[in-house]
Write a protein that binds this ligand. Structure first.
Ligand SMILES: C[S@@+](CC[C@H](N)C(=O)[O-])C[C@H]1O[C@@H](n2cnc3c(N)ncnc32)[C@H](O)[C@@H]1O
Length: 286
């Protein structure tokens, strides 16, 4: 596969399992004529926001990010940036003021203001969003490392501009509850679920979220089989081998479709090694 150097929009949220580094490989594998693009497990929205389609539906059952993006959709870029500046100033946030971060975190856990959550993430360790079982935000402070820097500002601007200029809808449902019944052959469903054989923070069943199980995989493959029988195109991101584990059910199921192997590091001449390395794939029905 030839990798063309296209600049993609980067989500301002650093997300575990985010697909930004794989976009160069994934996007050329998508069809070019899409009416509605559904990003069924959108996470930080990285894939959907770059989709070339008339209409984009983003969904993730963790409601924080669809809620934030929906709010941004209804505010001007100027209002968004003003709110960020004012909040940083009023709460004395900086990459060295741990006390201010702790105070602000406490405040967010009371108000649950979604824009404040975004700002908190920008000052958190590794820019990672994390909650405890009762949905209290508990990421630690990103001392001298995390801050609302120019890169994030730039990513906000590009991301929000795209939200404003495209026909976008944000949902927060379990994937089984999303109504796909009006989709036609002109539409496309992209699925980037948690990978059964690799652990991300949103899938371990702790931290207030329900986790991802073999039954979820089975339900998702059933949903994709149904789409296929209706002639609706889909692509599924997943991992078939990781370290010493394999997803055998997925390997068996995928034999019905096309399996595109992705390079773990698209900048190098990485050779796939079935014995130990992660093997990430994009499974398509077209
Ligand atoms: C690999 S991440 C998606 C990353 C995304 N493509 C990106 O680039 O940012 C998987 C997502 O699936 C979501 N998820 C987990 N279980 C779900 C369910 N039952 N229904 C809908 N979304 C779910 C998680 O909240 C997580 O955001």
């Amino acid at each position: 596969m030839r990798l063309i150097d296209i600049k993609y929009i980067k989500s301002p949220i650093n997300y575990s399992g985010g697909k930004y580094r794989l976009l160069k490989q994934i996007m050329p594998l998508f069809p070019s004529n899409i009416d509605t693009f559904v990003d069924l497990f959108c996470g930080a929205g990285t894939v959907g926001i770059n989709a070339n389609a008339n209409k984009i539906i983003f969904n993730d059952y963790i409601h924080y990010l669809p809620e934030l993006f929906n709010l941004w959709k209804n505010k001007s870029l100027e209002e968004i940036n003003q709110y960020i500046d004012k909040t940083i100033e009023e709460n004395n946030l900086s990459p060295t003021s741990k006390d201010s971060f702790i105070e602000f975190r406490k405040k967010y856990n009371t108000t649950k203001n979604i824009e404040d959550l975004f700002i908190l993430i920008c000052y958190s360790f590794n820019y990672q969003m994390r909650f405890n079982n009762s949905h209290q935000y508990n990421s630690s402070f990103g001392y001298e490392a995390s801050t609302m820097n120019d890169n994030i500002r730039n990513n906000i601007n590009l991301f929000v501009n795209a939200i404003h200029n495209k026909d976008v809808t944000f949902l927060s449902k379990d994937f089984r509850e999303v109504d796909l019944s009006s989709l036609t052959k002109n539409d496309f469903v992209y699925c980037d679920p948690p990978y059964l054989i690799s652990g991300a923070v949103y899938q371990d069943g702790k931290r207030g979220f329900k986790g991802w199980s073999p039954q979820d995989d089975i339900d998702l493959y059933g949903l994709l089989d149904n789409l296929n029988s209706e002639g609706i195109r889909f692509a599924l991101s997943n991992m078939i081998h990781s370290k010493n584990r394999s997803n055998d059910y997925l390997i068996e199921w995928s034999k019905k479709y096309n399996v595109n192997y992705l390079r773990a590091n698209y900048n190098s001449n990485y050779q796939r090694d079935m014995t130990g390395k992660d093997v990430e794939v994009l499974i398509t029905n077209y």
